[in-house]
Design a protein around this ligand. Structure first.
Ligand SMILES: *[C@@H]1O[C@H](CO)[C@@H](O)[C@H](O)[C@H]1NC(C)=O
Length: 366
């Protein structure tokens, strides 16, 4: 209880710090009025949004660190020393990337602050650019606090090294952060930041998923995908589904399955692809849906188990289990649903402005 309260206090304090810092650093000619006034020389504001260190499994205590709070978790049992040194190295590379990004920002005519991703729980305002340092997961988490006004640039802080993966392939999976959506790494961060600030590197507008629960908008838009399912992965999900666009309604599918996944074009290369879906051009405004592991579908239903929701369509889902959940972009953001709830799923959501890596841009312009 007390721990909970402490954590809550910590979050409040940090959020307050973020806000007051943002104001304190604002040049006086911008204070109080419209934020993005076209004053020449206006200093731009950057939020550095960081993946924390505690996601790396702990290493054994090294002497003097026993006074840290919260106390470090116990070291993993029976860990292979190679795995420990790999994890240790990952943590160090991530830390080095953060330090590099901070030192680059320090040299630019910018006002910037940094926040660890677990300490931010409110929409992001009052900045001109968000830079995430981590992998795609960190960029996805930041996207949930952004509307369509602020662009985001991802820095993959710990990219996979193919030599290492090859060398260790018989021992363990040595892949590092996935940075499919991250335009930068430590190596080219300054160059991409400069190009972004100079306006020569443009952002792309990626579509997102909107979910309405019984007619009320859920406050988080999905950048990759949503999963609607029973919270227990071994339980059957029961729901019905149909597509609708102004006046036209498709036939009803009654599903008993492992749930429903709906992906954006961006997310079509993630879990949807693993599940047997297809890649969509990243600029597409359509959504792709798939019923997972359908139980004895009828022949009439079969072609409808996987398909597209067009931009002008939405999908109506009625949920028939006592328990259920909508998972947004993985497991961190969930909304519980219950028997009789109706979900309206569509791409009618604010786009996200993302500075994409070159290879995705090339793909998009093909
Ligand atoms: C949504 O509407 C259904 C049908 O009216 C109702 O059974 C259910 O309790 C509602 N759910 C919420 C969360 O209000």
């Amino acid at each position: 209880m007390q721990k909970c309260y402490l954590r809550f206090k910590l979050i409040v304090v940090i959020v307050l710090v973020v806000r007051t810092e943002a104001f304190r650093r604002e040049p006086s000619h911008q204070r109080g009025g419209r934020v993005l006034s076209p004053v020449p020389m206006a200093r731009r504001r950057v939020l550095l949004y960081l993946k924390p260190f505690d996601v790396y499994p702990p290493r054994p205590l090294s002497g003097a660190s026993s006074l840290t709070f919260p106390p470090p978790p116990p070291p993993p049992r029976a860990a292979n020393p190679k795995i420990l040194s790999y994890l240790d190295h990952r943590c160090r590379v991530h830390k080095d990337t953060i330090n590099l990004c901070k030192s680059v920002l320090q040299r630019k005519p910018l006002d910037w602050i940094s926040v660890q991703r677990n300490h931010l729980s409110n929409p992001i305002h009052d900045v001109d650019l968000v830079i995430t340092v981590g992998g795609d997961g960190t960029l996805l988490r930041a996207s949930h606090f952004l509307d369509s006004s602020i662009p985001i640039l991802g820095v993959n802080s710990d990219p996979t090294c193919s030599d290492e993966v090859e060398e260790l392939t018989e021992e363990f999976d040595a892949r590092r952060s996935t940075g499919y959506l991250c335009a930068a790494t430590a190596r080219n961060f300054e160059q991409i930041l400069d190009a972004t600030l100079a306006g020569s590197r443009h952002y792309s507008e990626l579509s997102r998923i909107s979910v309405k629960l019984n007619g009320s908008q859920l406050p988080t838009y999905a950048l990759n995908d949503i999963l609607v399912s029973h919270p227990c992965p071994a339980s059957v999900s029961r729901f019905s589904l149909r597509k609708r666009s102004n006046g036209e309604t498709s036939c009803l599918i009654n599903s008993r399955s492992s749930g429903l996944r709906v992906a954006t074009a961006t997310g079509s290369t993630a879990a949807m692809l693993s599940a047997g879906g297809f890649m969509m051009p990243i600029s597409s405004r359509e959504l792709q849906y798939m019923i997972r592991e359908p139980i004895s579908p009828t022949d009439a239903d079969k072609p409808l188990l996987h398909g597209l929701v067009k931009q002008e369509q939405h999908m109506l889902v009625v949920w028939y289990n006592q328990e259920g959940a909508v998972y947004i972009d993985g497991s961190h953001v969930t909304y519980p649903i219950q028997h009789g709830d109706t979900l309206e799923i569509s791409s009618d959501a604010p786009v996200l402005k993302v500075i994409l890596p070159e290879y995705l841009l090339k793909q998009a312009s093909l």
